[in-house]
Design a protein around this ligand. Sequence first.
Ligand code: GCW
Length: 835
Amino acid sequence: MRLLTLTLLFITLGAAEDGLQGWLRYAAVPGSQNAIVPSQIVVLNATEGSPISTAQQELEKGIKSITGKAIKRRSAARQQSRAIILGTRDTFVKHYGNMTALSGLEEDGFYLSTEGADVTIVGHNERGTLYGAFEYLSRLAQGNFAPTSAVHNPQAPIRWTNEWDNLDGSIERGYAGPSNFFRNGFVVDNVTRTAEYARLLASLRINGVIINNVNANASLLNDRNLDGIGRLADAMRPYGVQLGIALNFASPQTFGGLPTFDPSDPKVDAWWVNITNVLYEKVPDMAGYLVKANSEDQPGPLTYNRTLADGGNMFAKALKPHGGVVMFRAFVYDHHISPTNWTSDRANGALEAFQDLDGKFDDNVVVQIKYGPLDFQVREPPSPIFSFLRDESTAIEVQVTPEYLGQNDHLVYLAPLWKEILEFDMRADSQPSKVKDIVSGKRFKRKLGGYAGVVGAGANTTWLGSHLAMSNLYAYGRLAWDASLDPQDILQDWIRLTFGCDEQVVSTITDMAMRSLPAYENYSGNLGVGTLTDVLYTHFGPNPLNTDNNGWGFWQRADHDSIGMDRTVKNGTGNAGQYAPEVAQMFENIETTPDNLLLWFHHVPYTQKLKSGKTVIQHFYDAHYEGAAAAQEFVTQWESLEGKIDQERYENVLYEQKFQAGHALVWRDAINDFYYNVSGIPDDNGRVGNHPYRIEAEKMTLFGYKTYAVKPFIAASGSAAIITTSNSTTGTATTNVTFASGTYDVAVNYFDLIRGKAKYQLAIGNRTVGEWVGDAEGKLGHEPSLYLDAHSAMRITFKGVSVARGDLVRITGQADGMEPAPLDYISFLPPGVVD
Ligand code: GCW
C-alpha cells in the first residue's frame, strides 16, 4: 500500500510541468473512477475543425486523463448507456424535442446539465457548445461531480484579448519571450502555439484576439502577411476564437502609396474598403479592427482636422458588410503637457478628446476605454468616460500583463483591482450605473460592448513569464464572462486546476494571491499617488524622481511640504468635474474622497491626517514596511508547499518569490528614502534611513573595487555602491563582523545588469558561504536595465549562517562583459528581522 502511494505520488509529482497546459492539465482526480461520468458521447452536429469537434476531442482527452476512463463515440440512434450529448440548440431540438431551459440561451451561451439520464451540453452556437464542454471538464478536474443544471450566458458580446506583438517578434510590455505570431517581419509558419493559445482562451470563453500591437506596423498588410493572418485565423477557428488586427491609421499613405491618409478623401476610404475585402477573403469570420489614433505619436484623423469619429467610422463602413467591429481606443492624450501649469492634467485628455463625439460613431464602433484615466496604475478611479458616453458602445481595457505592477516578477493577483472598478457605481443621471453594466451594454441599452485584456502572452512555456501570473489571464476571462464573480472564488478554481485540490495548496496560494495586490500597493505608490515606477524608462522598479517635471503627466507634485494632484474643480485641474454629479461631488470634497484616492484628487501637506488617523507621510512609511514584510512571507508560504507541487514549477516560482522579496525591500527603501529626503519628516518608528544590520559596500576595504554614486540616489542604500575598477577586474570588499556571534540570515544586495554575468563569492571567517552569478536577465521576464538603478537592484540571502564577532567577511566580484560586479551592502539579520 505504502509503495503504491509512493509510486502514485511519484507519477503525479514527476510529470514535467512547464506550464504550457495552463489550467487545462486535466490532472488525474483521485476517486473519480467511481464518479458517474458517462462512457459514451453523442455528437449531434460537427464538421471537421468546428468548435464542436474540438469539444468532442477535448472531452475524450480530458475525461480519460482525469478519470482514467475512455469514452466512446455513438450516434444518437445507437446510444446504449449514459452519454454526453453534445450539440447546438437547433440540432438538439431536432433530435430530442424542445426543453424550456433552452429558450433562455443567448449568443455564445450554453446549457449544461449533469442531472438527468445523460450529461447534456447544448450551445446557442457551436462555440457555446465548446464552452459548455470546457465547463464540464473544469468541474470534473476540480473533483466536482455534484449534479447541476443551468443556462450560462455571457454578460457581454465582446470578450477579447489584445496582444501587443510586433512584426519583428518582440512584444511590447510582454514578459514571456518572443511573439507566438510574428518573427522577422512576418507571420510565423508554425501555428501550433497559436492553436494552443486559442484553446486556453476558449476555455475562458474569450472569443476574439487582436494579434498585433496597437502601435501598429502597416506592413502587416503585405501579401505574405495577409496569407499569414489567414493561417493564424485557421489555427484559432476550431476554438471559436476570432482574429482581429490593429491598424496603423497612416497605412494608405505609408504602405498603400497614396499621397494622403485623410479619412474624408474618397481614395483613402476606397483603399480601406479594398484591403478589408481582401482580409475577409482570407479570414471570412474576422472579428474586426483595433485602432489607436492620435495618441503617443500615432497618426490619426486629427492630422487633417477630422474628428476621431470620422476616423473610426471610415473603418466601420469598410467592416459593416462583413459584420466586423471597430474597437476605437479612448486612450488619446497629449504627452507634452506642461508640468508647470497647475491646471493641466493628462487624466483630462481622453474625455476632452471625446466630448463632442457622443453618438457620432457608427453602430459597429466600440469605444475601448482603459479602466482608469491615466494608464494601468495600481490605484485609479474609473475613467469618467464610462458614464459620459451614453450613445456609444464601450469596452473596458485592462492589462493582464502588469506593465506597472511588477511585470510578472512580482506576484500581483489583479482580479480584485478589476473587480473594484467594475463594481464602481458611476451614478449616471443619479441612477445605478456600475461600470460592469455600462460596458456590457445593459445600462445605456447598447447592443455591443465588453472587454479587452492586454495579455502579452509569449513563446515561453509559462505563456506570461510566471506560473502564478496565469491566474490573471484566467480571472480576466472569467470576469469578462461574468463580472459578478468573486475574485477569490475564481482564484481557487484556477489553483485547483493548475496545482491540484490539496487543501493546503489551495489555502496557501489563495492567501498569497489575495494579499499580493495590497502588498504591491503598499510598497509602491500609496493613497492614489500613482505606481511610482520609473515612467521614463522600463516602468518596472521605483523611480519617484521621474514622475514630476515632464510632459508624461504621471505627476505627484511632491515638494518639501505637500504632495498630490489637485484635480478639484474649485482649485485644480477640474478632473473631478468630469464625473457624473454625485461622483464628482464625492471626489471634489476631501472629506468624502476615500483615503486610497486622496492624492489622486487632492494636494495636501504630508502632515494631513487620513481617516485612519495617520498622517500621509507616516502612512507611506508604515505601508512600505508592511508591504515589503508581506513579500517576505510569500517566500516562506511557498516553501511550505515543497513536495506538494512538482519540482519544476516549485523551483521556478520559488526563484520569483525570492526575487520579489528582495525587490520589495528595494522598493520600500527607495520610496521611503525619497519622501524622507524631500519632506525631512522622520519616521515615527525610526526605521527610515536607519539600518543597523547593514554594512555598506562602500564602507568596506576595497581592492579592485571603487565607490560609485548610484542614480537615482534612492536605488542604493546610502546612495552609493561599488563597482570593479575595470570591466575585466576581480575585486574584493572586506570587513570584519561587528555583530555578536550567532546565527544570521546574511543578505547581499547587488545590481544585476544586462550584458554581463558577473560572478560573486561570499566568504565569512574563511568559509565560503555562497557563490552566485548575476544572470537574472535570463531568468526574469521584465525588461532588464543597463544601469545600476532600482530595476537592476536585487538581493540574495543565505539562511542560518553562523558567524563569530570579528570574522573576516570577504565578497569577491568578478566583472563580466558590461557588468562590473556591482555591490550595494551586506546585512546580518538576526532571526525575525528583515532589513
Ligand atoms: O501604457 C502605455 C504603454 C505603451 C502602450 C500604450 C498604449 C502600446 O507604456 O507601451 O503602447 O500605453 O496603451 O497604447
